[in-house]
Write a protein of this length. Structure first.
Length: 200
């Protein structure tokens, strides 16, 4: 994705930020994806700190808070309007305006990192995954959910880079994550990949 396309992408979310939570897609589409993401966290994990990359209005973090009520919640999103709404709707969390590639967060500070339906917007996906590894604690978990268009339907997605199972797995491995699970769901149009940072 070019810098111009990335700017247009962020501006599109800026324009929708005030009404984003009102979209019927939230109930129809995103709530289901959020459930899948949270259900993909390995059993027994009780994160003390959770990061959502591409957090939008903080909806996923609010769901995470119900599962892990004592966890510290942080979200990042490149669209300032989305972050403004997230701060309003999720007062117990911290939010930063930032892309995935330059997370303004300390090394080894999260037990769980989540990202749902934002990966195809990342300008440098491998660099973003490397940033995830940097901020994960040893043994920490990364759950990535993104679009996967079967061959022949890829032209429907007119922006960004869709998830490809082998490429995503390769990025995880190259960045320092061991792939724990990978599967397609929602009529195979979405891909969920779970990785763990090695214990050191």
């Amino acid at each position: 994705m070019s810098t111009h396309q990335e700017t247009d992408d962020v501006q599109s979310f800026e324009r929708r930020s005030a009404t984003y939570e009102d979209s019927f897609f939230q109930d129809l589409f995103f709530d289901r994806i959020h459930r899948v993401a949270l259900d993909s966290v390995p059993a027994g994990i009780k994160p003390e700190s959770i990061l959502d990359i591409g957090c939008g209005t903080g909806r996923l973090l609010r769901k995470a808070a119900r599962r892990w009520p004592v966890a510290r919640l942080i979200g990042v999103d490149p669209a300032e309007g989305m972050v403004k709404e997230a701060r309003r709707l999720t007062p117990g969390a911290l939010f930063y305006v930032s892309p995935a590639e330059t997370l303004p967060l300390p090394d080894a500070s999260f037990d769980l990192v989540l990202s749902t339906i934002s990966f195809h917007h990342w300008q440098d996906q491998l660099q973003g995954v490397k940033q995830v590894v940097r901020v994960l604690r040893p043994g920490g978990i990364f759950v990535l959910v993104d679009l996967f268009m079967p061959f022949g339907l890829q032209r429907i997605q007119r922006h960004g880079r869709q998830a490809n199972p082998s490429i995503v797995s390769g990025m995880f491995t190259q960045a320092g994550l061991k792939v724990q699970a990978q599967r397609r769901f929602m009529s195979r149009f979405l891909l969920v990949t779970v990785g763990r940072r090695a214990n050191e």
